[in-house]
Design a protein around this ligand. Sequence first.
Ligand code: GUN
Length: 285
Amino acid sequence: MANIIDGKAVSASVKQEVAEEAAKLREEKGIKVGLAVVIVGNDPASRVYVNNKKKACEAVGFQSFEYALDENTTQEQLLDLVNVLNRDDRVNGILVQLPLPKQIDEKTVINAISPDKDVDAFHPSNVGRIMIGDYAFLPCTPAGVMRLIESTGTEVSGKQCVVIGRSNIVGKPMAMLLLHQSGTVTICHSRTKNLKEICLGADILVVSVGKANFVTGDMIKEGAVVIDVGINRLDNGKLCGDVEFESAEKKASYITPVPGGVGPMTIAMLMKNTLTAAKQQNGLM
Ligand code: GUN
């Protein structure tokens, strides 16, 4: 039976580190770290994420500024807000919750966020820096996954790492972070042939496909570290990951649960990026 990786505990320790540094910034330099969170429309999942991000800000001693805009907001109105936030000194980080309503082009909005305040690390300039290993901000979910792998004591260097999923938010930056730690990285996706054989070669398997129970125990090498980035809601209302937990935990040495695995890490790393942004903007890094 696998060891269960406790994402809540690891994220609590990241947030603790951030809270201590934020307190020091406040006391020694009079700097109050601020995050602006922008949500457009009424997507219930986005609402939950945004509320969790605001709660995390409170927990680590940041100010949060919420901008909840109407579903019918135009792209121009959203860009105007982003420009105001780019110039607002109280705001160190700007997060525009995705997805956006269909009248708004996500790429245009991401490109408008000042790269110095882009705590999601979605701006092309930050994406490029991730590619060359010159990080301003670590991409939140992949950075959270790296921290979870580290918590198991697993060395990435020289390991066969398989990432399933090639999104800009998770799969691609995930592969880069594993590569930077000298993993041998394979990226799989919907067109991949022999997926099962490739997965069976993985010492570290990161799954981010958005399909409930997509990876089953028979695809997992004995002793592998399995990280499940998926969050899917089943018809019965229950949450489950992209990995079929019951069969996978019989093979893995370590596995993340859903919920309580990667999810809490993403927000903890967002807090860390916001702290980094505040330090950089104040010439402290
Ligand atoms: N929507 C789903 N995940 C994310 C994320 O990490 N950041 C933002 N801004 N939107 C998201």
